[in-house]
Design a protein around this ligand. Structure first.
Ligand SMILES: [Zn+2]
Length: 232
């Protein structure tokens, strides 16, 4: 059956890909250290950028509040100037005092936020320098590593092409189901039946199912573990 053959081929292709992928990600210690440095710096940069964004939003809001507070303070100051009667003057002064305090209460945290953004910018610049230096060293050494593993690199290219080719022959739902099961069952999705039992879960097949399998007209899955079955 065409589908079964394609699925078995796909399984073998993915197994070979996993092996090659493992060899290609088994970096020499010095290269692995650089890879780790790049990843760590990238992670810290993302954190600091998030903190910076939050601070910027707060700055925007507080800047608006400050402008409003400034207007109120100006109005209160004008009121003081315009007042000639002593009794009104005292209350206008109190009002101005209060408006000044409100403005200071906004200006202080705003200043702190602006200082924080400056600190974050400095940290980000340092991290970017660290990241790009580590990345440059990594790229250099990794290119040497890949040169030394040219066979695997070529093999991976061929296997990936084969994977696409095989997947194109199958209905997309079948491909999705295959990958889901492969992830859950360590890549063993299509398994042989031996001694009348599924070799994936050791459960014996019911008679009618075994007969269908022998007939080989439709795709048979194990009733116990859902793996796809074939007779070797
Ligand atoms: Zn089974």
């Amino acid at each position: 059956m065409e589908t079964l053959a394609t699925l078995r081929d796909l399984q073998a292709t993915l197994r070979d890909l996993t092996t090659i992928q493992r060899e290609l990600s088994d970096l020499p210690p010095d290269v692995a250290v650089l890879d780790g440095r790049v990843k760590t710096a990238t992670k810290f940069m993302a954190e600091k950028n998030r903190a910076r964004e939050t601070a910027q939003l707060q700055i925007q809001a507080k800047t608006k509040d400050l402008a409003l507070a400034q207007k109120e303070e100006d109005r209160a100051r004008e009121a003081v100037k315009a007042t000639s009667q002593k009794v009104h003057y005292a209350s206008a002064i109190r009002e101005l005092d209060e408006k000044e305090r409100t403005k200071a209460g906004i200006a202080r945290p705003l200043k702190a936020l602006e200082a924080m953004v400056q600190v974050l910018d400095k940290a980000l610049a340092g991290l970017e320098a660290e990241r790009s230096a580590a990345q440059a060293q990594f790229d250099e050494l990794h290119a040497v590593f890949l040169d030394e593993h040219a066979n695997q690199v070529e093999g991976r290219k061929l296997l990936l092409a084969k994977q696409s080719e095989l997947e194109a022959k199958l209905p997309p739902v079948e491909v999705a189901r295959f990958h889901r099961m492969a992830a859950a069952r360590q890549g063993r999705v299509v398994v042989p039946v031996e001694g009348g039992a599924c070799t994936g879960c050791r459960v014996k097949l019911r008679g009618p199912l075994f007969a269908d399998l022998k007939e080989g007209k439709i795709l048979i899955t194990c009733e116990s573990c859902q793996r796809i079955l074939f007779l070797p």
